[in-house]
Design a protein around this ligand. Structure first.
Ligand code: SF4
Length: 419
């Protein structure tokens, strides 16, 4: 099946079919073992810094409180209130019973669970839960709740209405009956049976559970990210729709700049094998506690929205530690890193992926969104869908690509990428 994941004891690399790639090579598993200790350039500093940061993450309102307490299902009420919770295959962005899938509701209705995490993570956004007749199993998380829940108009956790979905999932895994077609993914399914206008994918990867018509930067990110409609290759929606300090998700300001910066950052920290949630701490705890209706909050949000040039200048500085990743790298390797270096490393990775895609036949035509997202309004003030056509030229320019989305020689030379 084309979107098979790679499963470890605790977690699944579950997007874009990396398990299918392993399967195509008849590779069943990868086992890693070793005896050599990890060598760090400045071990004591690294450990002391990590210890302080772990404490900071534990005390952070999102990482230490919300994600830790409710898991990622703590996002459901936010996206539902913001009108971007996929509902009935992205026909709507709000579900009247959406709250029944929220972490807050479930905590009061038996789904307490035991926290679980990736190795050594202080956030522990996962959980194990007891299910009658099944014993202890992995608890649901946001993407599952939204895309198998409200997006299919299912909010009944008893799974009374969801029995057919449960059967379909097993049929997909075994490629039985209709499951054989569903195992091909949305893109191929729509090519076979029709319905391209409501096939919710970009470059063949199904959209994540944030409707970009209420999160314009996230839409640019879906359209341009090299692996398709993915939210963990930048997560711009955190800055405009789901985080504590959000810029106007419907304005055009910063909606080309934000994806560039976020995608570069995500490439860099993904290559460090760090979790994207660790970037959420960039917004200080004090901001989380601010009243969004207060004048102070609105001034900060407005300044942020118009901060494109300043944003780019700061991120481009080669001696400006903005996040914690630079310090980690510096202590680990003994080489001095700044946020500017991380941006450059991420940009290099992003461009390498881009020219790989171009070589494999992708073009600017693939930097798009599903017709439903582009053409159908989601909010009362919208006359059409996402304004991608207004943002894409600016995005290409910021990336140093030509009008057809190809990195220029100058850009590749600057990044020391050889073709
Ligand atoms: S590393 Fe990320 S996904 Fe894993 S438990 Fe921590 S916050 Fe959750």
């Amino acid at each position: 099946m084309r979107y098979a994941g790679i499963v470890s004891a605790e977690r699944i690399a579950g997007r874009s079919g990396v398990g299918a790639v392993m399967g195509s090579k008849r590779l069943k598993a990868i086992s890693v073992d070793g005896t050599r200790a990890l060598e760090l350039a400045h071990e004591e500093k690294f450990k002391a810094y990590t210890k302080g940061l772990r404490q900071r993450f534990r005390e952070h309102p999102v990482m230490g409180e919300k994600l830790r307490r409710y898991g990622t299902m703590g996002i459901v009420n936010t996206t539902n209130a913001r009108g971007i919770l996929p509902t009935r295959n992205f026909q709507r962005g709000h579900h009247p019973d959406g709250t029944k899938l929220s972490g807050e509701y479930l905590e009061g209705h038996g789904l307490v669970g035991v926290k679980s995490s990736c190795v050594h993570c202080p956030v522990a956004c996962g959980r194990d839960v007891e299910v009658e007749g099944k014993g202890r199993v992995k608890g649901p998380e946001y993407e599952t709740a939204a895309l198998l829940g409200t997006n299919l108009d299912i909010t009944d956790l008893a799974f009374g209405d969801a029995a057919a979905v449960s059967v379909a999932i097993k049929d997909i895994a075994h490629r039985r009956g209709l499951g054989n077609d569903l195992a091909e993914g949305v893109k191929r399914l729509s090519e076979k049976y029709g319905g391209a206008e409501f096939a919710m994918h970009v470059k063949g990867l199904e959209l994540s559970a944030y409707d970009p018509r209420g999160s314009y930067a996230q839409g640019v990110e879906y359209a341009t990210t090299n692996r398709g409609g993915c939210h963990v290759q930048g997560a711009s929606m955190y800055m405009e729709s789901t985080g504590p300090l959000t810029i106007n998700p419907h304005s055009l300001h910063l909606k080309a700049e934000l994806p560039v910066v976020q995608q570069n950052l995500a490439c860099a920290i993904n290559s460090m094998v760090m979790c994207i949630f660790t970037t959420y701490g960039v917004i200080p705890a004090a901001v989380h506690r601010m009243n969004p209706k207060s004048l102070r909050y609105r001034i900060i949000a407005t300044l942020f929205e118009h901060s494109g040039p300043l944003y780019r200048w700061i991120m481009g500085l080669k001696a400006f530690p903005l996040l914690w990743f630079e310090k980690w790298l510096t202590f680990a390797t003994g080489r001095t890193y700044s946020s500017g270096h991380l941006q450059e490393i991420g940009e290099r990775i992003f461009n390498l992926e881009r020219i790989y895609n171009l070589r494999e036949g992708f073009t600017a035509k693939d930097d798009t969104l599903p017709p439903r997202i582009l053409n159908e309004p989601l909010f009362a003030h919208q006359t059409a869908g996402h304004p991608l056509h207004l943002l894409l030229p600016r995005y290409y320019e910021l990336r140093g690509w030509d009008a057809s989305g190809v990195p220029t020689r100058k850009t590749l030379a600057r990044l020391k990428v050889r073709t």
